[in-house]
Write a protein that binds this ligand. Structure first.
Ligand SMILES: [Zn+2]
Length: 459
């Protein structure tokens, strides 16, 4: 069935994120099928008709947000269970819970996670390899109509985290199979990448095999590259190089590699990453909640200065409580100002770029998404500005980054299809879906034998 053409007209502002970063007032956009066909002032598109018209006179229009690292599959069943100070016990519990999920549980929790992502404006996201039953979740991805990058996380070194470990050959086979099965599915809305869990738990043989697969299959890879200062020192004492230096030494870093978190990197590492063409995704909500010292020691400003393309993620709702890219945009704009005591750090405009066009570049997808331009996919977010947090309104970028959040997302389109209208998802009975989560979560906790008592008595 062909999609109806849609004209969005009289938008209060359209933040195009095009190469000139034009902000159009009283803007109109024509969408045909999955593609943006016209962008301009409303007066320029006056004669243009469409099957469907959306009146956007109170709305600020942005490209769909790009989430570079969010583990979507398990968190909605176990949200909020972990105490703040779990420390090294956090990840083993996470992986234990992930490991026991049934395909149907994963389908439902993924659908709710995607519902939350879309409702708050994230239209493209990387699920970094922790979904176990991708085939069972296809129905959720298709129903929601999101743009998803998936994969299967693999490790070939035993680890204390409960990350599943395979023989090197088996890990490579799994990677190859996942890419063959899912890359380009859902009419191209789905990509599959290689996803070695981390360099700590991957042998050089595994990583060079992964790189060969990435080249042969013309896809990409993402890897957790999240090291504290102490872990970097430990790594250096064992290998004589920083983790980044080690990845470079084994020739793993190139423009197809997305490094996730990238905490604990040094200024020399920044140069190595820039030189290699590798890209980075940082997850400010998880970094600050995890007490990583990101405000003082993370090198997002230096990475950007060196020309590295940086995307934003959130990691997981268990860790960061939100899977809202806009929250990462906000944190990026404020954390470094405070940590460096320098208000010129990561301006609001730069933060918004990270969540849209620069994020798309970091994922190698900027030819398709990340800005409102003719020929790009119609992934769009309409923010309702008739809300207290949006007024007064003189500078839409400042209002969006510092004052607004996902609550004002009124309408969302992905690939030319309306997936959120009047704050509600169009593809699912949200209340019914939410109603299923508590029993799934309880069952998972019971099966895993995990429970944490809240600090305050619940009577
Ligand atoms: Zn992760």
């Amino acid at each position: 069935m062909t999609q109806p053409s849609i004209k969005i007209e009289h938008a209060l502002y359209a933040l195009t994120m095009d190469s000139e970063r034009r902000i159009l007032s009283d803007a109109s956009i024509l969408i045909e099928g999955d593609t943006i066909m016209r962008v301009g002032k409303s007066s320029d598109l006056e004669e243009v008709a469409a099957d469907q018209t959306l009146d956007a006179r109170d709305f600020v229009l942005t490209p769909g947000f790009v989430g570079g690292h969010m583990h979507i599959s398990y968190a909605h069943a176990t949200r909020g269970i972990f105490p703040d100070d779990l420390g090294p016990d956090y990840l083993p519990n996470v992986f234990r819970l992930q490991g026991i999920m049934s395909p149907e549980e994963e389908r439902l929790t993924s659908l709710l996670a995607i519902t939350e992502l879309l409702k708050y404006g994230t239209t493209t996201f990387v699920d970094p390899g922790s979904t176990k039953h991708i085939a069972a979740c296809m129905d959720a991805y298709r129903t929601a109509g999101c743009r998803i990058i998936t994969g299967t996380q693999v490790a070939d070194k035993s680890n204390p985290l409960n990350v599943p470990t395979y023989q090197t050959e088996e890990a490579l086979e799994i990677t190859e199979r996942t890419i063959a099965e899912f890359d380009g599915e859902l009419d191209g809305m789905m990509r599959a990448w290689a996803m070695p869990f981390s360099s700590e738990y991957a042998s050089p043989e595994l990583l060079s095999g992964i790189q060969k697969i990435v080249n042969d299959k013309d896809t990409r890879a993402t890897i957790h590259h999240s090291f504290s200062g102490a872990a970097v020192e430990d790594w250096q004492s064992r290998t004589g190089a920083t983790p980044t230096g080690w990845l470079n030494r084994i020739d793993f870093l190139d423009e197809d590699i997305l490094l996730a978190h990238a905490l604990g990197i040094t200024e020399d590492d920044v140069g190595v990453i820039a030189e290699s063409g590798a890209t980075v995704v940082m997850c400010p909500p998880a970094a600050v909640k995890g007490g990583s010292g990101t405000t003082r020691t993370a090198l997002m400003p230096e990475l950007l200065d060196a020309g590295v393309k940086v995307a934003l993620g959130t990691d997981a709702p268990n860790n960061s409580n939100l899977i809202e890219t806009l929250r990462s945009v906000y944190l990026s704009a404020i954390l470094y100002k405070d940590g460096r005591q320098d208000v010129s750090m990561i301006p609001a405009e730069t933060a918004l770029e990270l969540g849209t066009i620069t994020g798309a570049e970091a994922l190698g997808m900027s030819a398709e998404i990340g800005s409102i331009e003719v020929g790009k996919k119609a992934d769009l977010v309409l923010f309702d500005t008739m809300r207290p947090e949006w007024r007064t309104l003189f500078n839409p970028v400042n209002n969006l980054v510092y004052s607004a959040d996902g609550r004002s997302v009124h309408t969302v389109l992905v690939n030319g299809r309306i997936v959120v209208r009047d704050h509600k998802p169009t593809f699912v009975d949200e209340r019914e879906l939410i109603g299923q989560m508590q029993s799934i979560g309880q069952s998972m906790l019971d099966r895993a034998g995990i429970s944490f008592r809240p600090r305050w008595p619940i009577l």
